[in-house]
Design a protein around this ligand. Structure first.
Ligand code: GRF
Length: 212
């Protein structure tokens, strides 16, 4: 069994992607693909010597055509794992089934709370005390699918969207690398809607205390 191959999909600044490129993963990031030609993350990937590709959704008349083109572009790299890192397109059932069990996403909330957009502001508006992030395998339901790891952070009284987002983002970078390490080391098994993590992996989630 050779080194595992990872393709990362991005749409924007790519801080999660960068954290993964910087992490020691025992795997090779063979490509970074973006649907947005101007995505900042593409420059970071190029500077790191990673192959980049653009599959612009605006060049396609419908989702099926875009998804097919994206799937073919990805398949050319023969990835073991597809990592969605701030990839802002909903993927069709056909796409998800084609790469079943091989797609991970990170979402900036403690799923199943706050799927969708503007998670940090919604968490503040709801007055929740704990917020956080989730890494999960992707199914055709948006921000849904077997959960691999979560990290919780406190919502502090003076938080605004930005301060809360940056507290969560720090944890995103940590738990995404952890989830991918487990995948690469064959520590994960999907059983129905649950992910079984091998017994020798102690860390299944994290509660981050407020700063002193
Ligand atoms: C992250 O908060 C991620 O959880 C969400 O989109 C944001 C992407 O940020 N899906 P970045 O591009 O990784 O910096």
């Amino acid at each position: 069994m050779g080194t595992k191959r990872i393709v990362i999909l991005i749409s924007g600044r790519g801080s999660n992607m960068k954290a993964l490129l910087d992490a020691r993963l025992n795997a090779t990031v063979v490509a970074v693909i973006s649907n947005i030609p101007t995505a900042m993350g593409l420059q970071i990937a190029k500077a790191a010597g990673v192959d980049t590709k653009i599959v612009n959704h605006q060049d396609h008349g419908d989702r099926a055509s875009f998804d097919h083109c994206l799937a073919e572009t990805i398949a050319a790299y023969s990835p073991d794992l597809i990592v969605l890192a701030g990839f802002m397109r909903i993927l069709s059932q056909e796409f998800v089934v084609r790469f079943s069990g091989k797609i991970m996403n990170i979402h900036p909330s403690l799923l199943p709370a706050f799927p969708g957009l503007n998670t940090h502001q919604r968490a503040i508006n709801e007055g929740v005390r704990l917020h956080g992030c989730t890494v999960h395998f992707v199914t055709s339901q948006l921000d849904h699918g077997p959960i691999i790891i979560q990290a919780a952070v406190p919502v502090l009284p003076d938080d605004d969207e930005q301060t809360l987002a940056s507290r969560v983002l720090e944890q995103e970078h940590a738990i995404y690398a952890q989830a991918i390490r487990w995948f690469v080391d064959d520590k994960l098994a999907i059983e129905g809607n649950r992910v079984k993590v091998a017994a020798d992996c102690r860390y299944l989630g994290a509660l981050i205390s407020p700063e002193p």
